[in-house]
Design a protein around this ligand. Structure first.
Ligand code: GLU
Length: 880
């Protein structure tokens, strides 16, 4: 029994103490009116966080977020009434500045504290409202100071709407106090929904300093379009007043040289803030990639600090904590909450350190004053803090020297710059697109040069606008006026930044402008009609051998015949008895008379034989060599004759520039004021000078452009000096035309820019990169062989031609023959000497004397008989 009672007592005590605990832990509902999902999520996360902030805290918040429309005031009213019915002790929001007025009115009536996170420019303050947003008056005091500090004397103020105009009104002081020329321009959208019209107008004005005040939702788009129209260059300086400048991606603008300065209350990229942002984002249903690029905006940060502040204020009022619990309020009746003003006054009187946005202090009207701002500047490393602004002391603490000058930024590179690229229409470098639709801007052009610029822009990250040189002149220096014309002139005058087309790099042009490395190599050549086939000739059979070979063949025939004749006389075995049946002939005869020798050789040459049979070794040797020679020559002749009969031989009236200059029938010319004309003008070679004199005397043969030149070649007896790459393009499409001769010089096409241009190296490196990666080759194939009727004349313009064999082809056979003939002569002389020696030895005669006698008989060419002496006769008999 006693036990039971003790247990009951304990349970009762526990229950009472539990009720005590519950009673002490006061629960407060706080409401939020949000049209932004991030605000809603932050609200929930932060309410949870503050509840866990102090251990054993007697108060607990319950988040009551309400989703309202951004613009619909009725919806907002419905939301705030719903919250009041649930008994909220404070309302955060709304997310939208448009509905704020209605919420304020209700909160004021019901005396419920409202904590705003947007700036509310309305001057008549309601009593129950606290505005956490830094006061624009103080923000713009800083921008006033900054404009003066940067020394801007002319400024365009780009404002978005009426709210924005109210915000920036403190800037008017600048005009009054410092006499700075301010032009206010509204950032209106044009009919296409873009800001480009306003931005373009701004670009045409002489103002280079721009103060931009717009909401964060459009800021990125405005900057992107400013870049598209060419405002994001080192010529322009921007001040961006939106304090959320850090949350947009400024990377596309950070290399372009544009000076962008702004301010912020906190750094959304700092680790603590990023961690909190992640916690908030993790509670939201959005894709992970989207989470990575989201930073905390100022309004969300203010919400975070506001919840902390509100909690701390309630936490700091222990004596009334239990009393301020609110049941429910109905919007339709006149009840109000008696503690609302107490809390609002508590908040206003606080000096609080916000966990994100720093010092929080309010004036009597509930506006946030005396905050600190970071001054930020866009550098190559992104948005960088360069100083601090103290709104209380109105002092600027610069961490490093502000570099708002324009010189230094030219070092930055080409990224995000916009270049004016001037060009002349020349196929296939730059052409107008052949499509029925009406195109505008860069879209109108296509071609090799356009693609090269496009590839470079992709590599280096610049933008470009193509301009057209209407007179089609690339650039010529007038030596009498000392002035340039054409595209080169436009570059010199700064009307264009880059020039590209079939722009030849010449030393004269190099003096006036800078060039990149050549993106294409070429030389001057001649465009003329294709050669015609040679008409059939009666003496076609002589064609296989050149005249030299025919002459040498005749010489060889004579020499070999004479050699055989001499050898026949020298060789003892060739002297035979005229009547083989007579045992003791008185004389001997030689079958190789001069006539027989010629006959014997011709018989061999024509492969017919001659019934003469040499017996001496030396003549047989020579005959062997002769027949070998004949074999090779006949085979070569036959083969080459076959080639002559099958291959169509073409004939051109001239084969090179010298032949063209010598003749008078065919007229010739080049493009007026072009590099080709100047090549002849400046050349020292006599043949080129002759051409130049001719061109000077006949200006009527010079053409306005390549197209005219091509037409004249097709229709007249006219040859056109043209650059080889263009000839290559033309002969692919005009099948009756061909290149004649080789290249007269060796040069290249480059991209021109102003002298001492800082972009030259980057562009040259990029051109080399395009070369190395094969991109330029690819583009050449595309524009030469594929597009616009490329490869129409796919048959190679180089014709295979049969050529007469010259001495260099068959000289070796002649050499072999002459060596053979020489060996034969030496052999026959040796044969004769050996014969005489043997005879002298037997008869004991003088060898010398006998040899002389024998030679005497040999070289007595008149007769073909040899008288025999008595000794010789008996010798002969012995032999028999
Ligand atoms: N490429 C030449 C120039 O740069 C034009 C054509 C020519 O002269 O053949 O002037």
């Amino acid at each position: 029994m006693i036990h039971r009672q003790i247990i009951k007592c304990v349970l009762f005590i526990l229950l009472v103490s539990l009720l005590d605990v519950i009673a002490e832990n006061s629960i407060y509902r706080i409401g939020g009116l949000f049209s932004d999902s991030m605000h809603q999520a932050a609200f929930r996360v932060l309410v949870n966080k503050v509840n866990n902030r102090y251990s054993n805290s007697p108060i607990e918040f319950i988040a009551e977020p309400y989703n309202t429309s951004y613009y619909n005031s009725l919806d907002a009213r419905k939301g705030v009434c719903a919250l009041m019915e649930r008994g909220v002790i404070g309302v955060f929001g709304p997310s939208s500045p448009y509905t704020s007025k209605y919420i304020q009115a209700i909160c004021d009536e019901k005396e419920i504290p409202q904590i705003e996170i947007h700036f509310d420019a309305k001057v008549d303050r309601n009593k129950c409202v606290i505005n956490l947003h830094p006061h624009p008056e103080q923000i713009f005091q800083f921008f006033n100071y900054l404009i003066a500090y940067l020394g801007w004397d002319k400024v365009i103020i780009l404002f978005e709407d009426n709210e924005s105009l109210l915000r920036i009104s403190p800037l008017l002081e600048l005009n009054m106090e410092l006499g700075i020329d301010l032009v206010f321009t509204q950032l209106d959208k044009d009919s296409a929904g873009s800001y480009r019209t306003v931005l373009n107008a701004l670009k045409k004005s002489p103002y280079k300093n721009i103060l931009l005040d717009c909401s964060i939702d459009v800021l990125e788009e405005v900057l992107t379009q400013a870049q598209q129209v060419g405002l994001m260059t080192d010529e322009y300086n921007f001040i961006i007043t939106n304090l959320d400048i850090s949350v947009i991606d400024l990377e596309p603008f950070q290399y372009g040289g544009v000076n962008i300065t702004g301010a912020r209350i906190f750094d959304p990229t700092s680790e603590d803030v990023k961690q909190l942002t992640k916690e908030i984002l993790d509670t939201m249903r959005i894709p992970n990639e989207e989470k990575e690029n989201r930073y905390l905006k100022l309004t969300t940060a203010l919400l975070v600090d506001g919840i902390h502040l509100f909690y701390d204020v309630i936490h700091g009022m222990p004596d009334i904590q239990s009393d301020i619990l609110l049941e429910s309020l109905d919007c339709r009746d006149s009840d109000s909450w008696m503690y609302g003003y107490t809390i609002v006054n508590q908040i206003k009187g606080r000096d609080y350190d916000g966990i994100i946005t720093g010092k929080i202090k309010f004036d009597g009207e509930g506006f946030r004053r005396d905050f600190k701002m970071d001054i930020v500047e866009l550098t190559e490393n992104g948005l960088t803090k360069v100083g601090e602004w103290n709104t209380t002391s109105k002092t600027m603490n610069i961490l490093r020297q502000y570099t708002g000058n324009t010189e230094q930024s030219s070092e930055i590179g080409l990224f995000n710059r916009t270049f004016k690229v001037i060009t002349c229409l020349t196929d296939p470098y730059v052409m107008i697109k052949q499509i029925p639709e009406q195109l505008v801007g860069n879209d109108r052009y296509e071609g090799f040069g356009v693609d090269v610029i496009d590839e470079l822009s992709l590599l280096l990250g610049f933008n470009y606008t193509i301009l057209e040189q209407k007179d089609g002149i690339i650039g010529n220096f007038n030596r009498s006026t000392n002035e340039w014309n054409g595209m080169v002139r436009e570059i010199i005058d700064g009307n264009a930044d880059l020039a590209i087309t079939d722009l030849t790099i010449t030393s004269e042009r190099e003096n006036a402008v800078d060039f990149t490395m050549p993106f294409m190599n070429l030389g001057i050549s001649i465009l003329y009609r294709k050669p015609k086939p040679v008409p059939p000739s009666l003496f076609m059979f002589t064609s296989p051998f050149s005249t030299g070979v025919w002459i040498m063949l005749g010489v060889a025939y004579l020499l070999v015949s004479i050699s055989i004749f001499i050898m026949g006389r020298l060789s003892p075995s060739e002297w035979t008895s005229p009547f083989p049946c007579i045992e003791e002939p008185e004389y001997l005869i030689n079958q190789f008379s001069i006539r027989n020798s010629l006959w014997f050789t011709i018989g061999g040459l024509l492969q017919q034989g001659s019934e003469l049979a040499p017996t001496s070794i030396s003549i047989r040797t020579v005959s062997g060599f002769w027949w070998f020679f004949v074999l090779i020559m006949v085979a070569s002749y036959t083969a080459n004759l076959a080639a002559f009969l099958t291959v169509e031989t073409l004939v051109t009236p001239f084969k090179n520039i010298e032949e063209l200059a010598r003749q008078t029938e065919i007229q010739y010319g080049a493009k007026r004021q072009g590099a080709t004309e100047n090549f002849f003008r400046d050349s020292n070679l006599s043949s080129y000078r002759n051409i130049w004199n001719h061109l000077k005397e006949h200006p009527e043969y010079m053409t306005k452009d390549n197209e005219e030149g091509v037409k004249r070649v097709e229709s007249e007896n006219y040859a056109y000096f043209m650059e080889s790459t263009t000839i290559e393009y033309i002969v692919q499409r005009h099948c009756s035309l061909a290149q004649v001769g080789g290249l007269l010089d060796d040069k290249g096409y480059g991209i021109a820019m102003k002298k001492e241009s800082p972009y030259r190296n980057d562009l040259s490196t990029a051109v080399i990169k395009l070369q190395e990666t094969g991109k330029l080759t690819q583009l050449k194939i595309k524009w030469w062989k594929e597009k616009r009727g490329g490869s129409t004349c796919s048959v190679s313009s180089e014709t295979s031609e049969a050529e007469a064999l010259g001495l260099k082809n068959v000289g070796g056979v002649f050499l072999v023959l002459f060596v053979g003939a020489f060996l034969g002569l030496v052999g026959s002389f040796t044969e004769m000497a050996a014969h005489v020696y043997a005879k002298c030895k037997v008869r004991k005669l003088s060898f010398k004397k006998e040899l002389r006698k024998e030679l005497g008989i040999t070289f007595k060419f008149k007769t073909n008989m040899k008288q025999l002496s008595m000794e010789s006769l008996s010798e002969n008999n012995k032999d028999c």
